[in-house]
Design a protein around this ligand. Structure first.
Ligand code: GLU
Length: 424
């Protein structure tokens, strides 16, 4: 059976495809010429399963999405106290290019330009050349992505030609003694960081690394401490969405960061990383269709961080018992989107065929509606592949057993699915 997750991602893309409001960022000439219709999404679980749909391999510049990752690098090189000495931890509620400083002249918010220019300066030590600093960041982002990423020189040069605003921020920061490099070098280094070229698959894996306490889920490499990931995600959740951060957290509830090239990342700690790409931006500078996708994921898939249903700690497949003819997959816990993904992945791996197969819900405490829909789709596919499928569901958790092909999933007695020698 092929897991239906990419099919659901495609469905979500189809649902937002016609949103054509918003404008591509035009203050960087190279960004103004981006094709506004590009649309892609990728999702990576902390177990390293990566799914995508749409323009998932189109490259774009990371822009402000680099900020949480470089912040994490600074935290791991220097620790929170040293980082906090030069940049605060508060949402500024101001636009990305605002000079928003505390009374002592430290930038308030590390996720907007003034703060991010300061954080960039911390990397590789105060005496680092711009070249070495950028290389350190490039190689760190490459480790997170699991492939070598490059600086898009054209984009970087194009932004540097019109960098008056960031240059003025850097001049001010230097005049207050917050940064040491001259303004031009500081902006060159920061702009190079923003011009790293990625796709949504890279970003989903990078984001899943934060969700996974610093272990890159595909390569298995331990890159960051769990404490650093926790602090970074906390800052993303309060400061990540420019001046729309409070509303975002209330309505969408997924710690997120957007960039002016149209990328958007979101992460659910311990569960998944998601990335979208669509270049048209709203007034706050967040991708219009990316925001719509995240809203959909949050409400439809129950991914709001503050949702009291968002519990997923144990492996949702308690056991799989099978003999030549029969297989029973015993589930447990609360089946939210992340648990559903894990179950479908297990069903895909097992390659059942010609079995009498049942999903046992006896130990399931709750089932989200998208979980129900996707599991039914998985069972429909298993049936198409020659399995006879049924549910063990005495408590009636699967309230709607109608399948997309018009048939109704049959209920089975637990006793009919006991495999010789198994302990139920
Ligand atoms: N390089 C961009 C700038 O500094 C990044 C802005 C963003 O993505 O928010 O203007």
């Amino acid at each position: 059976m092929k897991t239906p997750i990419p099919f659901y991602l495609q469905k979500i893309l189809n649902g937002v495809h016609d949103h054509d409001s918003g404008e591509v960022a035009d203050y960087i000439p190279e960004l103004a010429s981006a094709n506004p219709d590009q649309l892609g999404v990728a999702l990576c679980s902390v177990t390293g399963h990566l799914y995508s749909a749409g323009d998932a391999e189109n490259r774009f510049t990371i822009q402000s999405i680099s900020k949480p990752f470089v912040y994490a690098l600074a935290l791991s090189e220097l620790g929170l106290d040293a980082v906090r000495d030069v940049v605060g931890l508060e949402p500024s509620g101001q636009a990305f290019n605002e000079l928003s400083l505390a009374k002592d002249h430290r930038p308030v918010n590390p996720m907007i330009n003034a703060g991010a220019i300061v954080v960039n300066q911390l990397i590789n030590g105060v005496d680092s050349s711009v070249e070495d600093r950028v290389e350190k960041i490039r190689s760190f982002i490459s480790q997170l992505a699991g492939r070598e990423v490059d600086v898009d020189k054209r984009l970087c040069d194009s932004e540097l030609e019109h960098a008056e605003r960031n240059l003025s921020l850097a001049h001010m920061l230097r005049s207050y003694g917050i940064i040491q490099d001259d303004a031009h070098d500081a902006v060159l280094s920061y702009t190079s960081q923003c011009a790293l070229s990625v796709d949504v698959r890279d970003l989903a894996v990078m984001t899943a690394t934060l969700a996974n306490g610093g272990r890159q889920p595909v390569t298995g490499e331990k890159i960051l401490d769990a404490d650093v990931c926790r602090m970074t995600l906390a800052v993303m959740s309060s400061c990540g969405m420019y001046d729309g951060a409070g509303r975002w957290m209330t309505e969408v509830g997924i710690p997120a960061k957007s960039g002016v090239a149209g990328g958007l990342i979101g992460t659910l700690p311990g569960q998944i990383g998601v990335a979208t790409f669509s270049p048209r931006l709203d007034e706050q500078g967040n991708s219009v269709r990316g925001t719509a996708i995240f809203r959909e994921l949050s409400s439809d898939m129950g991914l709001h961080l503050m949702s009291t249903e968002n519990r997923f700690g144990v492996h949702p497949v308690r056991s799989v018992d099978e003999d030549d003819e029969t297989a029973i997959i015993r589930l447990q816990g609360h089946i939210n989107f992340t648990a559903t993904e894990a179950i479908l992945h297990e069903l895909e791996e097992r390659q059942f065929s010609g079995k009498r197969l049942a999903l046992d819900f006896s130990q399931v405490s709750g089932l989200h509606k998208v979980g129900r829909r996707m599991l039914k789709e998985g069972l429909r596919r298993l049936r198409e592949e020659g399995n006879e499928v049924a549910l063990v569901d005495d408590d009636g958790l699967v309230t709607d057993r109608a399948m997309s092909d018009g048939t109704v999933l049959p209920l089975a007695d637990k006793e009919d699915y006991v495999i010789a020698g198994e302990e139920v």
